[in-house]
Ligand binder design. Structure first.
Ligand SMILES: [Zn+2]
Length: 403
């Protein structure tokens, strides 16, 4: 009676039989013993020849879904069969993957939990070592990725992000149409672009179809894209452009603060978007604006460059940028002259924004998830796990989990 219930719950079929149930309430576990009938014949897992006899067996244990609050384990001796056609092989069992210590249903639970919890929390929750959890997640992420099709990908964003610990970086490629992370790899050099190209081809993508790429002004990405995606127009991410402007202002302020005490503790006032300032900050900014400060002049350069991005037409935008460039280069403020020169050196890629209209800020959702993942990164152990987690959360993968 019980046997029948468990058999159904475990979804086991001939030739497998449930031979014993060992319930140990004190040990908080239940052990279920499976076996096959003596003299039972198996199909060869390699050539499918039926009627092969068991050659020898190996005892295996799999963790299964909890039985209420009790940990459940399946035990079984798994035979190797002797095939007269092709030799001796271990047979595949229907309730678990090869070499896995979990049943398929346990796999499904682990992957489902991992989609919304950190791996260390999953590990704690089910009382297993996290390296075992990572193995399961990694397997399903790889399997789901192998089915991905990138033949429709035409516009992508490339961005780098640091892993929480150490100074290791990963580079991500995101498909702008679907906002899905289609590739992640370690590093931030030009080689990451060529690794992506190979992976793209593996997934039926055509690198020649990718006509637009958004990235920062890193020479590594630029040279990688020119070499591997010659058909793609580069659009420099406007947030990265504005960041170098902010860095310029910050330099100017730090130089000037020695001469003018009023600039002390005003760093964020100059860096923040004016709309995001508090009333107090607005007041301070108002009082500083009337003083003849280099920081204020640098700040005004930033405000006018912000207007640039809202221009509708590329030609008008270019006219505007030319004027801005003239103003900045004649400002006699060295950090801002340098910023202007950087902009000049990336002129077309900046103006390409007015054709492509892409910037990595569009991927805000992606960025915030990455930040979240980084904060919980203590449990990653290595870069590969971080990459797996990015795919799991942002790859929009279609997991074919056992049910
Ligand atoms: Zn065979």
């Amino acid at each position: 009676m019980y046997e029948d219930l468990f058999r159904k719950a475990l979804n086991i079929d001939d030739p497998w039989q449930l031979t014993n149930i060992d319930f140990n309430p004190d040990g908080k576990r239940i052990d279920l013993y499976l076996d096959f009938a003596h003299g039972c014949k198996f199909e060869c897992p390699v050539c499918n020849k039926p009627g092969c006899s068991a050659y020898d067996t190996k005892e295996r244990v799999w963790r299964h879904l909890n039985f209420f609050q009790y940990k459940a384990y399946l035990h079984c001796r798994v035979p190797r069969i002797e095939c007269t056609e092709c030799g001796i092989h271990r047979i595949e069992i229907p309730w678990a993957r090869k070499r896995s210590g979990f049943t398929l249903l346990m796999d499904a639970l682990i992957v489902t939990m991992s989609q919304c919890m950190t791996i260390s929390d999953v590990a704690k929750q089910i009382c297993e070592h996290d390296t075992r959890i990572w193995k399961v997640v990694d397997h399903y992420v790889k399997e789901a990725r192998s089915r991905e099709d990138y033949s429709d990908v035409t516009v992508i964003g490339i961005d780098e992000t640091s892993c929480a610990k150490g100074h290791k970086y990963v580079t991500l490629e995101v498909d702008f149409d679907t906002s899905k992370v289609i590739h992640v790899c370690e590093g931030k050099d030009s080689n990451t672009v060529s690794i992506f190209k190979k992976d793209c081809k593996k997934h039926d993508g055509n690198p020649g179809n990718i006509h637009s790429i958004c990235c920062d002004m890193s020479p590594a990405f630029i040279s990688g894209i020119h070499a591997k995606f010659p058909n793609a127009a580069i659009t420099f991410d406007k947030f990265h452009v504005m960041k170098i402007v902010n860095d310029g202002i910050d330099k100017v302020r730090r130089e000037e603060v020695a001469k003018n005490q009023n600039l002390k503790k005003t760093r964020y006032i100059w860096l923040k978007n004016p709309d995001n300032l508090t009333e107090m900050q607005k007041e301070i900014l108002g009082s500083l604006k009337d003083m003849n400060l280099r920081t204020v002049r640098a700040y005004n350069l930033k405000l006018s460059l912000q207007v640039f991005w809202s221009i509708e037409d590329r030609l008008l935008a270019e006219d505007y940028l030319k004027k801005w460039y003239f103003w900045a280069t004649h400002s006699r403020i060295k950090p801002m002259i340098e910023v202007a020169k950087t902009i000049k050196a990336h002129w077309n890629g900046i103006l390409n924004y007015f054709d492509s209209r892409i910037n990595n800020g569009i991927l805000e959702g992606t960025n915030s998830v990455i930040q979240l993942l980084k904060r919980s990164a203590r449990g990653y152990r290595n870069v590969q796990n971080f990459i797996t987690m990015i795919y799991l959360r942002l790859g929009q993968l279609n997991f074919q989990l056992p049910t």
